[in-house]
Design a protein around this ligand. Sequence first.
Ligand code: SD4
Length: 342
Amino acid sequence: MPTRRKFLTSSSAALALLSAGRSLGAPNPSPLAATGKPLVISTWDAGLAANLGAWHILSKSGRALDAVEAGVMVTEASQNCCVGLGGNPDRDGIVTLDACIMDDKFNCGSVAALERIKHPISVARRVMERTPHVMLVGEGAQQFAVAQGFPLEPQKLSPDAEKAYREWLKTSQYQPVVNIENTGNQKKPTDPVGGANNHDTIAMLAQDAQGNLSGSCTTSGMGFKMRGRLGDSPLIGAGLFVDNAVGAAAATGQGEDVIRMAGAHTVVELMRQGLSPKAACKAAVERIAKIKGAQARDIQVCFIAISAGGEHGAFALQKGFSYAVCDAANQQQLIQSEYLLK
Ligand code: SD4
């Protein structure tokens, strides 16, 4: 059995322990533990810190919706891993952010190509709660954010993004790097610029003590994308989908290939047909592999999922994807996902 320890407040400390082969205990053993809920899972190793942000809410019987917003805000606020304004820019040198959120009653909100706003996930939630719409993009999304009191941040690249952009300009070739997200917490001085410290998406799914599901997803998108390009992350049904009666799913990786097979919605529908979260993620990944044929080796796509019964799972196209789990058994762990292409 893993040792219970004090809840860690930083993912780097968490990773240090994980690499030492131990899993991490949550801070205050929850009286809810016996029910098997709550539960939060999120993508990549940045998910460890994000899960802590969600856990503060879930462990006090808070709503999954509040938890998935607060959780990914941790990542958005961090300049260490490039979700949010610290992210890599598009090919014109401008950081544009995409995010969406969905609750247990099919309420959902989304923003895309949003500039100079620190917390796109919170703007997405406002779209959901304070407009008759689901999605706002570009200038209109920014106008709405400002009207809602979100400050406009300076139009400025983070030092890492600045370096990566300068490097990229030398070739100006759009060649997304598989698993580029995975290196943020293990940065070595020898890592290539732009290949390190470069999470560009976090997706999070939670089930609260009441058994309700919610999900969130936030990203700066693929680095050096065309201006105006959107991936799956702000698209309900592609990057994220929640059906409280069945389960929730989210995606990370090459957004174009998630969009073309309605990724997260597909995973939820496969769970509806009786597949476990992991089996549903695997079947969705297999569908992508079939569509892409030989080109599947050039991309990464990964899904995470939670069933309404509280089971979680993930599956990736290629090696190298991990997801962070924090559950009522008071464990915070990083799980290496199984993958299709050996
Ligand atoms: C996108 N799906 O913009 C995102 C990228 C991503 O980890 O997930 N990166 O296509």
